[in-house]
Design a protein around this ligand. Sequence first.
Ligand code: ATP
Length: 376
Amino acid sequence: METIIGAGLSAFVIYAASKWSKNDKEKIQHTFQNIGYTVGDHEPKLFKKHKSDTYTLYSYHVPYGLIDDDKLNVLEKTLNKPVSVSFAKGKLHIKVYKNNLPRRLKYNWQPTNDWTIPIGQNHSKTMLHSFDEIPHMTIAGMTRHGKTALLKLIFSHLIHSHPDDAEFYIIDLKGGLEFSKYEKLKQVKQVASDVSEAQDTILDVLKSIEGDYTYFRQNGYTNILDTNISKRKFIIVDEGAQLVPPSHLDKDEKKPYKYCQYALSEIARISGALGYRLIFATQYPTSDTLPREIKQNADAKITFRLPTEVASRVAIDEQGAEDIEQVGRAIYRSTHKETLQVPYVSDNEILERLSDYVSTTGAQTGERRTNTIEIG
Ligand SMILES: Nc1ncnc2c1ncn2[C@@H]1O[C@H](COP(=O)(O)OP(=O)(O)OP(=O)(O)O)[C@@H](O)[C@H]1O
């Protein structure tokens, strides 16, 4: 008798599970209703479902008046699977992936011919960022989540791929802790480790821009991409928040900080066509730490975990970074948005791989100009 009752109960549980547990399609439809992604009684209507090896794509007609909406980010938690949402030509596309991204990815030292870097892996492939297509980049992310490691990945990939053409001006406001070990590489023009050194470095960059500008004018060039100039000059800023003048300083003491922020904004505004690329990283993206002109001129934005939705909106203009959990996991936003696992490369590996480029002469000797500056 007990056996019969037991068997009946398990059959009921299986029946109930199949009756009441919902598949992804149903869960998505319920989510539309529950979060109010509707216009009156009208809600998105599925018109295509496509399965591939790695994902299922659900495509919807949406009622007039509905637009791309951050609220749909909740789908990732509802389905408990990786999801990407895109909205194109009035159609909504929801991709539900089978597998999670890798938790850790090793950089593979595969050089690229052009000015691209392997910024990370999404659910189907390695995504490349092109510094010729999008010259300037901002990077945000809470401490210990992978900002500096990404800067080092960019730095080492570009040197490895273009040892004769990549040049770096590095403003390492972590006291030079992260980049001074690379000061002797021939591709590194300068490493500034405090605000006073940063302003000297920036002045040298501006001087170089001025020289290049004159050369471009003399030759009738308007954009480096239309010339046969193979050099590219990168300005890396790690940690941009250090350029915000502390409130206890007096007016004169604040000048170098303000100058650096102002001049970097100008560099972002004027120098892309001349072949300069600014990469500006900060832990705390606010309107003070991430100057508006830098953000506006950096069409590539990447963020690791951030503490709040507000910070996420400052960094990438939308929410999402507050939900990132993994170290090295990031949201990359340019013409479109991708969640990626960024490849990791260690200092030891970089020093070993790039050891051929250690120079004993030139700008790496640590000599600096002592310029005076005026804030315009
Ligand atoms: N892409 C990655 N994949 C896996 N682990 C990573 C990745 N990036 C960083 N890490 C790990 O996280 C640690 C901290 O990374 P990183 O130095 O880049 O932090 P950060 O974001 O610059 O923080 P802080 O601003 O405090 O320096 C690294 O030492 C490494 O162990």
